[in-house]
Structure formats: structure tokens, C-alpha cells
Design a binder for this molecule. Structure first.
Ligand code: SIN
Length: 283
């Protein structure tokens, strides 16, 4: 087998062919996939049926499993979450707002891996926004202003004891476990240096970022509001369409993502793992 990487001409993301993930990745193939991941931010492998063991083995070829709180995993698989929405479900789409996975953790996951088990005939795309291109598009003056700043992240708004999911009704496909623990905060640099590519990316998101350290709420809201709009401008966004057995992995260190709906009346099922990351470094 030899890895074939097909980058999107517009920039963000690449399709990868020429590998059989069920057999595992090693040697030059693994190195080529890691290089594509570091360069393109989100990569996808169409037509890769995988057992749970094979999905776990693929994940482990990139590092240790991440820690996934607040969602019950599959019964016998503590590292696999099932992102499931039933045809008659009225609850919100899980992950349906711009975010970077678990950015409230001290060491947020480097990568998230999503494997498509059941794909609706319409809707259910995932949007990705490139925090590196968004950083590059800022003026040098604004970059200089942002570089020393740290943002405060917390899981409280979605997963707190009084948070969004604690109050929401109508969820069927997933068990969400709100907790008072979710109100804990961590600060991370707003301008994050990627440990592999060395590129700088904006590292804030509207779900988990509460404010900027040392600033008033109004000051934080003005800067973060601008950054959220800027990062998710259509210039930096890729809309990813799924097919059954497609495996997609994205880099939480430099991308935001957002699950879209539009498939009421149909089931959507994905299996999700994360790869542990490091403490975010300032640019
Ligand atoms: C997620 O945010 O992990 C879910 C993404 C998706 O279901 O498309």
C-alpha cells in the first residue's frame, strides 16, 4: 500500500487513500499520515470499515487516549463515545456549536477521531474552521496585542450542574453527565504554537472560552466576539460531508469544528475517540 494524500485546493483538509486502516498503520505509511495531519489539520479516509479494536488501535498509533468526561462511553469501551442522534430526537445536535474538543482541560486532546457508522441521507455535515489561516489573516498589530494574552476556558456552560445539557430535555441517543466539576477553569494562550508544524493558531472558541485573563467582561467580550466571528468567517471554513465507514480526524490544537443538523427523521451514529495532547504553548 502507498499513501495518497489529496489536499483540498482551497487549503484546509485532505482526503487520504491507499491505506487499509483495519490492518493498522506503521512505518512510512504512518509517517506519511502524520505529516498530512500536521499540514492539513483535518484528514479523512473514505470506506474504512473498522471494529472497535481496530478503531482503538488506529487511535493509539497517534498517542495515548485522551480523557473524555461528561459523556457515557460505550458499555465495554471506556475510550469510545457514541455520538448518536435518533430519528425522532428533539434534543440539540451534539457538538452543534463552534468549539475545540475539551479545550477546558489542562492538556486538551490533540486530535479527535470520528468514524461514521450510520450516515443520514441528508444533512449531518461537520464544519471545520482553520485557526492557523485565521491567525495569519490578522494584522501584525493585532497579533502583537494578542500574543501575551491568555483565555479562561471552562466546561461549565454546557456541562455544569446548571449548564445547558442539565436543563435540556429530549435527548435519547447519548447519555450526558453534567457535573459541578465542569465549572473548573484553565487558562491557555490565545495564540497557540503548534508542537509539530510550529505554526501559530488562534485557540479560543465560543463554547468553552469564558473570557480573557485580567480583562473585564466587556473588554473580553469585545475581543472574543471579534475573534469568534473572524475565525469562523467563510474564508477559513470547510464543510465536510460524510459517507458510511469514513474515518475523519482533526487537530484540536489549530481547528474549530461544528456539527450541523438538517437530518431530523433520520439516525446518525458516529464512534469517537480522542488522542491525548500537551499543555498548549504560547506562540
Ligand atoms: C463532535 O463535536 O465531536 C461531534 C462532531 C460531529 O458529530 O460531526
Amino acid at each position: 500500500m502507498s499513501v495518497e494524500v489529496r489536499p483540498r485546493p482551497e487549503g484546509l483538509g485532505a482526503e487520504v487513500r491507499g491505506v487499509d486502516l483495519a490492518r493498522g498503520l506503521a512505518g512510512e505509511d504512518l509517517a506519511a499520515v502524520k505529516a498530512a495531519f500536521a499540514e492539513h489539520g483535518v484528514i479523512w479516509f473514505p470506506g474504512q470499515p473498522l471494529t472497535h479494536d481496530q478503531l482503538e488501535a488506529f487511535t493509539r498509533s497517534f498517542g495515548d487516549f485522551g480523557w473524555d468526561p461528561y459523556i457515557a462511553p460505550l458499555a465495554d469501551r471506556p475510550h469510545i463515545l457514541e455520538v448518536r442522534r435518533e430519528p425522532d430526537e428533539t434534543a440539540s445536535v451534539f457538538g452543534g456549536a463552534w468549539h475545540s474538543d475539551w479545550s477546558f482541560q489542562e492538556t486538551p486532546p490533540a486530535a479527535t477521531i470520528l468514524h461514521a457508522k450510520e450516515v443520514p441521507p441528508v444533512g449531518g455535515d461537520t464544519l471545520f474552521a482553520d485557526g492557523r489561516a485565521a491567525w495569519d489573516a490578522l494584522s501584525p498589530t493585532f497579533q502583537t496585542l494578542l500574543k501575551p494574552l491568555r483565555a479562561v476556558h471552562s466546561a461549565g456552560r454546557p456541562y455544569g450542574a446548571q449548564g445547558f445539557y442539565a436543563k435540556e430535555a429530549g435527548r435519547k441517543g447519548m447519555t450526558i453527565l453534567p457535573s459541578a466539576e465542569a465549572d473548573k477553569t484553565f487558562t491557555h494562550p490565545i495564540a497557540r504554537r503548534h508542537p509539530v508544524s510550529g505554526r501559530t493558531a488562534l485557540f479560543v472558541n465560543p463554547v468553552y472560552t469564558l473570557g480573557i485573563e485580567g480583562m473585564t467582561e466587556a473588554e473580553s467580550a469585545a475581543i472574543l466576539g471579534f475573534l469568534f466571528r473572524h475565525m469562523t468567517d467563510e474564508r477559513f471554513v470547510y464543510r465536510h460531508a460524510w459517507s458510511p465507514d469514513m474515518l475523519t480526524m482533526w487537530d484540536n490544537r489549530c481547528l474549530l469544528h461544528n456539527a450541523t443538523g438538517g437530518y431530523d427523521g433520520h439516525r446518525r451514529v458516529m464512534h469517537r475517540t480522542t488522542v491525548a495532547g500537551e499543555r498548549p504553548a504560547a506562540a
